[in-house]
Design a binder for this molecule. Structure first.
Ligand SMILES: [Zn+2]
Length: 204
């Protein structure tokens, strides 16, 4: 704990009774992995793992590559349908006819296509939320639970003390600049001591 913290800042310190530690700023005790996660984002049920400071970049990269693969797969399948299940007489409802032919001739393939398309939309939705978080410097957990964190509120006004602007937020996320050690940062005052490259952070 930093002895230079003022009494005003000390009231923001949180103790985790399970891990027996003072919780760093932006961390959260994850009940599934039963440990405090630095810069906690969310628990990923697919990966059976908490997403936080250690693996957040890898998670976003995984989502991006997975989305590209899904898009390639969907486009390839669609082009296959256009070639194989083309109706003999073309009309205004050609795409509908292609899928009708597919349904009649190979319903299991159509089912797979629908499942992959839903998966595609789901992954895209996840990536959009992640991009929103990266550019605004907010984790999914902070988006959802922002009302619980006092450091976001100043006279009932929401102020994000981590926000450096879209470009610097992006650079910080990917470790290009404005590096912050989220394991050893306990208050927003402590944040100002580490961060010497920036001059536009609003502190509470
Ligand atoms: Zn804990």
């Amino acid at each position: 704990m930093n002895n230079e913290n003022s009494p005003i800042q000390l009231r923001y310190l949180k103790f985790c009774p399970t891990c027996q530690i003072i919780k760093p700023l932006r961390s959260k005790h994850d009940s599934i992995s039963n440990k405090c996660i630095a810069k906690f984002d969310h628990y990923c049920g697919w990966g059976y793992s908490s997403v936080g400071q250690e693996n957040h970049r890898q998670f976003v990269l995984f989502l991006s590559f997975f989305l590209i693969l899904l898009c390639i797969f969907n486009i390839r399948m669609l082009s296959h349908f256009l070639m194989v299940y083309q109706p003999t007489k073309s009309n205004n409802y050609i795409y509908f006819k292609i899928f009708l032919n597919l349904y009649e001739q190979n319903p299991s393939l159509l089912l797979w296509y629908i499942i992959w398309t839903i998966l595609n939309i789901f992954v895209l939705n996840q990536l959009v939320h992640q991009a929103k978080g990266i550019f605004n410097n907010l984790t999914i957990n902070e988006f959802i639970n922002k009302n619980k964190y006092q450091h976001f509120w100043n006279h009932h006004l929401f102020i994000n003390p981590f926000n450096l602007g879209y470009t610097n937020n992006f650079k910080q996320f990917w470790g290009i600049s404005n590096h912050i050690n989220w394991y050893d940062t306990f208050t927003t005052q402590h944040l100002s001591k580490q961060d010497t490259d920036q001059d536009n952070v609003i502190y509470i």
